[in-house]
Write a protein that binds this ligand. Structure first.
Ligand SMILES: [Zn+2]
Length: 471
C-alpha cells in the first residue's frame, strides 16, 4: 500500500501547494539550535521547503495560504514517546498508590476494556495531546482481554481520524499471578497468542516509508508482567520484521527488587540478557539507573521515554536525565497513561521535566529551556526512530510544526519566547500542522468534534466502571 502511494505521488506532475508562515520567532531545534527572532517557514505539500530569517520571498508560486504569525513562536511539533490511551477511561482512580499497588487496583477494571472503549479512549487521549501541540504520538497498548475485538485496529483508526503521526507499540502480558507476575491471570495472553497477534498487527499496519502516518513496534509490557521467553522472542520478532522495540524499565525500587529476586540481576542487566538493549529499543521511565546502566544505554544507543509527571504521581523517583544526556543516551518525553497523569498533556511535561530534574539534582543548569524543548521534539523523534523525518524544522523534513501564541497575558512580558514556552503557563496553540495538514486552529481541533469526544469518553468511562463494579 505504501509503495503504490509513493508511486502515485511521483506520478503527479504539478508542483505542490505551498503554505507560508512568517513574521514569527522560530526555534528550529536543528543540530546547531538555530533560532530566528523574526523568520519564515515555507511548507510545500507534506514537507518543509525552507526556513529562514525575515519574510519569505514574495514571488513564490502555488501559495495557497500566507499566515502572518506576528506574536508567535514556531517550533517543531511535540513528540509523545510513551502513553497508554485506554487509561483515559480510568483517570482519577487509586490516586494515592505507588506503582505496584496502583496496578493491582486497576488491572481488574482494565481487563474489561473492549473495542469501542479502546477507540473512544484513544480519541480522548489523542485529542488532548493534539490540541496542545503534539504532532507525533506513541501508544503502548498491552491490555488485550480475550474476546475484546481488534483493539489495535480501533486505536489506529482513532489516530488516523485525529490526524496525528502515530506509533502503536503493540503490547502484551503473559506472566500472570500464577507465574509469579503482577497482573491477574485473566488479564494476560498466552505466549503464542501474544507473538502471533503482534506479528499480524505489524504486517497489517506498519508503514516503513519516509512520511508514514502509522508505524507499529513490538512492546511486551514490563519484566514483572511478561515471561523471559516473550521478552526474548519479542526481540527476535521485531528484528525479523524490521520494527522497533518498546517496554517499561527501571521504573520503581519494587521493580528492581522483583528483578533481583526472580532473575538474580537488575533490570538493565536483565534487558541486556534478553536482547533488549540496542538502537532499535526505547524504554519508558528508566528512573533507577546506576552509572553502569546509563553507560550500557549510551553504548548501545537504547532510548528513554522520560515521564516526569507520572513518576511524581506514583512516587517512583526522578530519572537521571542530565546524566543520560551527558552520556549520549537518546531521551524523549512521555505523558504516560492518564491513570497516572490525569492532565494527558505533553507541553506541560517540558516544564515538569525541567523543574523535577532540578529538584532531583540540585543543579540549576541540569536542564534548561532549550534542552527541555529538544527533549519534547527532536529527542522524541530520535527515540521513535524518526529523527530523519521529523522533530526539527529543516528543509526536506516533514511539515510537522506548531504556532504557539506568545503575545497574550500569559507570556507577553517574557522577552525570550523559548523561555516563555517552557517556564510559562501552557501556551495557546494557534495552529498545528501534521504532514502539511492543519489539524488545530485557535486551540480547537479541526479533525474531530471535541465536545462529542468529551461526551463519548465520559459515557464509555461510566460503562467501564459499571462493567467492572463488583456484583
Ligand atoms: Zn507506562
Amino acid at each position: 500500500m505504501a509503495a503504490s502511494a509513493a508511486a502515485d505521488r511521483v506520478a503527479v506532475p504539478t508542483a505542490p501547494d505551498r503554505i507560508v508562515i512568517e513574521n514569527c520567532a522560530i526555534a528550529t531545534v536543528d543540530a546547531d539550535d538555530t533560532e530566528y527572532a523574526s523568520g519564515h517557514v515555507v511548507l510545500a505539500g507534506n514537507r518543509i521547503e525552507a526556513v529562514g530569517a525575515g519574510r519569505a520571498p514574495e514571488d513564490l508560486e502555488n501559495v495557497v495560504r500566507r499566515i502572518d504569525a506576528t506574536g508567535h513562536l514556531v517550533t517543531p511539533g511535540l513528540v509523545n514517546t510513551h502513553h497508554h490511551f485506554y487509561q483515559w477511561l480510568t483517570r482519577g482512580l487509586a490516586t494515592d498508590h505507588n506503582l505496584f499497588d496502583w496496578l493491582v487496583a486497576l488491572y481488574p477494571t482494565w481487563a474489561r476494556v473492549d473495542e469501542p472503549m479502546a477507540y473512544t479512549a484513544a480519541q480522548g487521549s489523542l485529542a488532548m495531546m493534539a490540541r496542545g501541540g503534539v504532532t507525533t504520538a506513541a501508544d503502548h497498548h498491552y491490555i488485550h482481554p480475550r474476546g475484546a475485538g481488534d483493539l489495535s485496529a480501533a486505536i489506529i483508526r482513532a489516530a488516523r481520524e485525529i490526524g496525528v503521526r502515530f506509533t502503536l507499540a503493540r503490547g502484551s502480558m503473559d506472566r500472570g499471578e500464577s507465574d509469579g507476575g503482577l497482573p491477574p491471570d485473566f488479564a494476560v495472553e498466552s505466549l503464542d497468542d501474544a507473538l502471533a497477534a503482534t506479528e499480524a498487527t505489524v504486517r497489517e499496519h506498519h508503514d516503513a516509508s519516509f512520511d508514514a502516518m502509522t508505524q507499529v513496534a513490538v512492546a511486551p509490557c514490563s519484566p514483572f508482567s511478561v515471561s523471559t521467553e516473550l521478552m526474548r522472542r519479542g526481540a527476535e520478532l521485531a528484528r525479523r520484521l524490521g520494527v522497533r522495540l518498546h517496554t517499561h524499565g527501571s521504573e520503581t525500587v519494587e521493580e528492581e527488587k522483583f528483578c533481583h529476586e526472580l532473575f538474580g540481576m537488575g533490570p538493565t542487566d536483565y534487558f541486556e540478557s534478553t536482547g533488549w538493549l540496542g538502537e532499535d529499543v526505547w524504554m519508558a521511565h528508566c528512573v533507577h539507573m546506576t552509572d553502569s546502566d546509563i553507560d550500557a544505554f549510551a553504548r548501545t544507543g537504547t532510548g528513554v521515554a522520560h515521564c516526569p509527571s507520572s513518576n511524581a504521581r506514583l512516587a517512583a523517583g526522578i530519572a537521571r536525565v542530565p546524566d543520560m544526556l551527558a552520556a549520549g543516551v537518546p531521551v524523549g518525553l512521555g505523558v504516560d497513561g492518564t491513570a497516572s497523569n490525569e492532565s494527558g498533556e505533553l507541553h506541560t511535561e517540558l516544564r515538569n521535566a525541567l523543574l523535577v530534574n532540578r529538584l532531583g539534582g540540585h543543579r540549576e543548569a541540569a536542564l534548561d529551556a532549550r534542552k527541555a524543548l529538544r527533549l519534547g521534539t527532536y529527542g522524541g523523534a530520535r527515540v521513535l526512530g524518526r529523527a530523519a523525518e521529523t522533530g526539527s524544522l529543516e528543509a526536506g523534513k516533514l511539515a510537522d510544526l506548531v504556532l504557539w501564541r506568545m503575545d497574550t497575558l500569559a507570556h507577553s512580558s517574557i522577552a525570550d519566547p523559548v523561555t516563555a514556552l517552557v517556564f510559562g503557563a501552557p501556551a495557546p496553540v494557534t495552529a498545528s500542522f501534521v504532514n502539511g495538514r492543519r489539524i488545530v486552529e485557535d486551540g480547537r481541533l479541526l479533525t474531530v468534534d471535541e465536545d462529542a469526544v468529551a461526551r463519548s469518553t465520559r459515557d464509555e468511562a461510566r460503562r467501564l466502571a459499571t462493567l467492572a463494579a463488583p456484583s
